[in-house]
Design a protein around this ligand. Structure first.
Ligand code: NCD
Ligand code: ZN
Length: 343
């Protein structure tokens, strides 16, 4: 197979940032994806429907002419989110509400310290069929960073599934074999997104032979056995696992720093990176379900009716892209990519 044709894929988890940085992020996401679930962790966060719709307008101004890219907006859950706000969100076709455990990741300070304080919002989301999108890491001090996802599954996600028996949940960017197993065992209203970088890299890539800041993200890369379990799940054909890049750009100076930011910018070659991972698993034919069907099905949206073509071809990304007043380094900068999306 030297060329594959896929239903136009969607990205079910992306950070587009704001302001002049949209000029970099939006065209790259729009190049590969028909729709994208846009994360609300701006500074200050997107906590109201009004803010989400204004953010959507700012994004749309950067979509290249003739491109039908559709940003799907989310709200940032806080302990103050009201049922009324959730009703507004549902009425305005907001696609989901994002749970950031407080201080778990970039711009999560306004997030949730105690999920029981969000009962009004969560109960209303369940009624309104608005999915909860979760950054699944436990934040109790002292938990080892490599265990934060696994601890979250037991202490938070299990009880949450029981307390809200009809709430739809996406466990975002899973990173462990334990999360794969948890999602497999759970009812169909729980699904998970998987990033390209967690399918391609493990913690040795991050830490062995020198610290690689451009491989640092949250949840942090795990063991090779976890990577293998993720790749198996993504390429298994199970509709519970679908594409979410978690493309999360930071300026080069913020990454190559004594206290570097978490986030990997994969948008410029996102689909190509997934194709490479799926080819590694020997199941390239399962890429379409994962990238283009299962996410739309889970969110209750129609599958895209257009197609895209990927060709086996060697090419490479530049060392960096302009990013507002800074530059941003993409994953795989200057190294060879094996697949190319034909535009
Ligand atoms: C994301 C970011 O930079 O906004 N960073 C990351 O490492 N993935 C936040 C997030 O999704 O955790
Ligand atoms: Zn993210």
């Amino acid at each position: 197979m030297d060329e594959i044709i896929l239903t136009q894929p969607d990205d079910w988890h992306v950070h587009l940032r704001d302001g002049e940085r949209l000029a970099t992020t939006v065209p790259y996401s729009a190049r590969s994806f028909g729709r994208a679930i846009v994360m609300p962790n701006l500074h200050p966060p997107v906590t109201t429907t009004r803010q989400a719709l204004a953010y959507r307008d700012r994004i749309l101004r950067h979509v290249p002419p003739g491109n039908a890219f559709e940003p799907l907006m989310t709200l940032y859950l806080t302990e103050m989110t009201t049922g009324r706000e959730i009703e507004h969100a549902a009425a305005a076709a907001i696609a989901g509400v994002k749970l950031y455990p407080a201080r778990a990741t970039t711009h999560s300070e306004a997030g949730v310290s105690d999920l029981r304080r969000c009962d009004e919002a969560l109960a209303c989301m369940q009624e309104q069929h608005l999915p909860l999108l979760i950054h699944g890491e436990a934040i109790t001090p002292g938990i080892d960073i490599f265990d934060r996802e696994t601890v979250f599954l037991e202490r938070e996600l299990g009880p949450l599934l029981q307390r809200y028996p009809r709430l739809k949940i996406v466990l975002e960017h899973i990173t462990t074999a334990a999360a794969v197993e948890f999602v497999r065992q759970a009812p169909p209203r729980l699904a998970a997104t998987i990033t390209a970088h967690h399918l391609l890299l493990n913690r040795n890539d991050l830490l062995l032979g020198g610290l690689r800041p451009h491989y640092y993200c949250l949840p942090v890369l795990k063991r090779e056995s976890d990577r293998e379990a993720l790749l198996e799940a993504a390429s298994s054909g199970s509709p519970k696992f679908f594409l979410g890049t978690d493309s999360a750009p930071h300026a080069q100076s913020a990454k190559e720093n004594a206290c570097g930011c978490a986030g990997i910018f994969t948008a410029p070659a996102a689909l190509e990176l997934y194709a490479e991972a799926f080819e590694q698993s020997g199941r390239l034919s399962h890429l379409e379900g994962f990238a283009s069907h299962f996410g739309a099905d889970f969110y209750g949206l129609p599958r895209n009716s257009t197609t895209v073509r990927l060709r086996r071809e060697s090419w490479s990304l530049p060392a960096a892209y302009p990013y507002g007043p800074d530059v941003v380094v993409p994953l795989r900068a200057t190294s060879t990519l094996r697949w190319r999306l034909l535009c």
